[in-house]
Ligand binder design. Structure first.
Ligand code: GDP
Length: 297
């Protein structure tokens, strides 16, 4: 299936209503704007985001007037494309690396979102950029998570620092970081505990990890299938512990687009990377422009 197929066809209905028109007017965009609003809501984009988006597009649409050689439906497509790019943050948001010593990337996320997989995928991705990596297994509440990280580390040929489940996560992370310094490792990726839902213990632990490690990146891994809920999670984590961005997983599934379109606008934090499958190579930077292109079909 095409990514966000339903959203794409929902938006198509809007352009189709403008076929045969000469110019965009206040009157003839009413119906198309209703279609756009409906398509975005059905894609599970957060309501305030939809409202602002529709308003911005409407204002621009009535202002363009007659453009020779460009039909109104094409004009509207162009405006929506530009506004979608803006909504998703405009430019690609690059990972930040430390000026000296190992760069620390802290990964947080609820259970099942794909956080452990992302650890290994990210190491694989960074290795391709020529950076040496180490994974640190600091999810001490689920021994299975540590085992899984070790297996994935082997798959991508990246060392995994483990210290069992009896040591405090921040302590494990500090030890791992020391080890990485000795080996001149460029990047350490810290896998933290995932819980079923946000709770105080989780937030406290993440705060302590941040204090102990001073990471260049603290990224929240969120599942695209959860739509605007993903944006709410990014907001909550950012307010509580301060994060640098999000990684959106499972974009290959039948997610509707709400997460990709809401996260930046709702939380103020960028989506830095997206996961598009279960294989190690299925992680890539988030390009707002390409994403908008895909949505418009
Ligand atoms: P964690 O509990 O957050 O550490 O989640 P895991 O990394 O164990 O992943 C949970 C499940 O989601 C596993 O079966 C992964 O293979 C799967 N998964 C992770 N990322 C993706 C993705 O981008 N696409 C798909 N289709 N599956 C994914």
């Amino acid at each position: 299936a095409e990514m966000f197929g339903q959203l794409t066809s929902g938006l198509e209905a809007a352009w189709n209503k403008l076929k045969g028109e000469e110019v965009l007017t206040k009157e003839n965009i009413v119906e198309p704007m209703r279609d756009i609003r409906r398509a975005l809501l059905e894609a599970d984009v957060s309501l305030p985001v939809v409202r602002r988006f529709v308003q911005a597009v409407s204002e621009r649409a009535v202002g363009v007037g007659l453009i020779r050689g460009v039909k109104p439906d094409q004009q509207l497509v162009k405006i929506v494309h530009e506004e979608l790019v803006k909504l998703m943050g405009g430019e690609v948001s690059e990972l930040v690396f430390a000026k000296s010593g190992p760069t620390v990337i802290l990964l947080a996320g609820l259970q099942g979102v794909g956080k452990t997989t992302v650890c290994a995928k990210l190491a694989f991705y960074l290795k391709k950029l020529g950076k040496s990596c180490m994974l640190i297994a600091a999810d001490v509440y689920r021994p299975a998570a540590i085992d899984q990280l070790v297996i994935l580390g082997e798959q991508v040929d990246v060392p995994v620092y483990t210290a069992g489940t009896e040591v405090k996560p921040s302590q494990i992370a500090r030890q791992g970081l020391e080890e990485a310094k000795k080996k001149n490792t460029d990047v350490v990726i810290v896998d933290t505990a995932g819980r079923l839902q946000i709770d105080k213990a989780m937030m406290d632990e993440l705060k302590e990890m941040k204090r102990a490690l001073n990471p260049s990146e603290a990224l929240l891994v969120v599942d695209a299938m959860t739509g605007q809920e993903a944006a709410a999670l990014v907001t909550a984590f950012n307010l509580e512990i301060g994060i640098t961005g999000a990684i959106l997983t499972k974009l290959d599934g039948d997610s509707r687009g709400g997460a990709a379109l809401s996260v930046r606008e709702v939380s103020g934090k960028p989506i830095k990377l997206v996961g598009r499958g279960e294989r190690m190579e299925d992680l890539e930077p988030f390009y707002p422009d390409r994403m908008a292109g895909r949505i418009l079909g």
